[in-house]
Design a binder for this molecule. Structure first.
Ligand SMILES: NC(=O)c1ccc[n+]([C@@H]2O[C@H](COP(=O)([O-])OP(=O)(O)OC[C@H]3O[C@@H](n4cnc5c(N)ncnc54)[C@H](OP(=O)(O)O)[C@@H]3O)[C@@H](O)[C@H]2O)c1
Length: 326
């Protein structure tokens, strides 16, 4: 089968389309023919093996997980032993970032606990844009952010893969949402439900004042004291992502310490893929409460180029690719 393979650390140019062995499903796994996939931050963040300390997990000299790709939409073509929750022919979606990646290939073998049925209202290409990004957003808004109706929410970086779902879910859970984007994405943010929009190129966040119960940092970079200034007394910051890996790791590790001052709470999110949250997302999609935002459709062979573009940090929504269109 074909796959996008990384044999060494480097830029997206080290990725090659190669023939590799087709996986076999173990117990509690199913074999899925991948129809479509989508590109994500972990696909490019782990390419270079930097910061070096990350190689303790990803492989010291060469990457351990050679086939990249987190999200997919496809069809079950073989059942492992003891599978009762899914059937041959089921159309499913999933995120395998926690299981060693591998979605940039013709077939993946996946534990059924990570799967959800594909939304009926979406094509495979659209459905592939959900699993990692929408579940990350759900866990950020609902679980870590604990957003309540009528709270004032600021979503910083509301136009990207994760951010466009954070915005829609914050709206869905009843928040009064202000979205921070650049000018070219202001209309998209309004369409997705933002009540107010801020162009970060024109209005420094540091001057806005303490107006928000919840600030969700998805992209860009701001000092910790800027986030603190944006929060109302007792307000919460959820850090999902951003430009500085160091800051994301710092807030995730030391959120408790940062939260000791002023009663303002700081927490980092480490999203965990699971079929239950994914099914929750599918239900919202089929009820037209949220939708994927697709910036670009590319061919399989162009995935390395797509990752290089994603790394630049200005894709609005998702880049998706057909793997097997038939
Ligand atoms: N915590 C977790 O478990 C987890 C899981 C998945 C992803 N992440 C992280 O989440 C972050 C976002 O991922 P993503 O997929 O949404 O990224 P993405 O799709 O690459 O985000 C691109 C968007 O970010 C916007 N942006 C760039 N600079 C900005 C700034 N200074 N202020 C506001 N918006 C800005 C861009 O809009 P403009 O062109 O308008 O600037 C663009 O629309 C990444 O850091 C990723 O590593 C974390």
């Amino acid at each position: 089968m074909k796959a996008i393979v990384q044999e060494q650390y480097g830029s997206a140019e080290v990725l090659k389309v190669l023939e590799v062995e087709k996986p076999k499903p173990n117990n509690s796994e199913v074999l899925i023919k991948v129809k479509a996939t989508a590109l994500n931050a972990p696909d490019w963040r782990l390419l270079r093996g930097k910061p070096f300390v990350m190689r303790m997990m990803t492989g010291l000299i060469r990457p351990k997980n050679k086939i990249k790709g987190c999200e997919f939409s496809g069809q079950i073509v073989e059942l492992g032993q003891g599978i009762t929750d899914f059937q041959l022919g089921d159309e499913v979606i999933g995120d395998i970032a926690d299981e060693g990646f591998g979605a940039f290939s013709d077939y993946v073998s996946v534990k059924t606990s990570l799967l959800a049925k594909k939304p009926q209202s979406l094509s495979h290409l659209e459905a592939a844009a959900l699993p990692l990004t929408a579940v990350t957003a759900l866990q950020g808004v609902r679980d870590i952010g604990q957003l309540k109706a009528e709270e004032d929410v600021l979503v910083i970086g509301a136009s990207g893969g994760v951010g466009s779902y954070v915005l829609q879910l914050a709206k869905y859970f009843g928040g009064n949402v202000t979205a921070v984007t650049s000018e070219r994405n202001l209309e998209q943010a309004k369409d997705l439900g933002a009540q107010e929009v801020i162009d970060y190129t024109k209005k420094p966040l540091v001057n806005i004042g303490n107006k928000y119960d919840l600030v969700i940092a998805v992209n860009g970079y701001n000092k910790i004291k800027t986030y603190r200034k944006l929060l109302k007394p007792e307000g919460r910051l959820v850090m999902i992502g951003g430009k500085s890996m160091k800051q994301i790791i710092f807030v995730t590790a030391f959120g408790g310490l940062l939260s000791r001052k002023n009663g303002k709470k700081f927490k980092g999110l480490l999203a965990k893929a699971n079929g239950k949250d994914l099914s929750y997302i599918v239900n919202l999609v089929d009820r037209k409460e949220i939708r994927p935002v697709i910036e670009k459709e590319i061919i399989f062979e162009d995935i390395p180029r797509g990752l290089a573009e994603l790394e630049k940090g200005h894709v609005s929504g998702k880049i998706v690719a057909w793997v097997n269109k038939d």
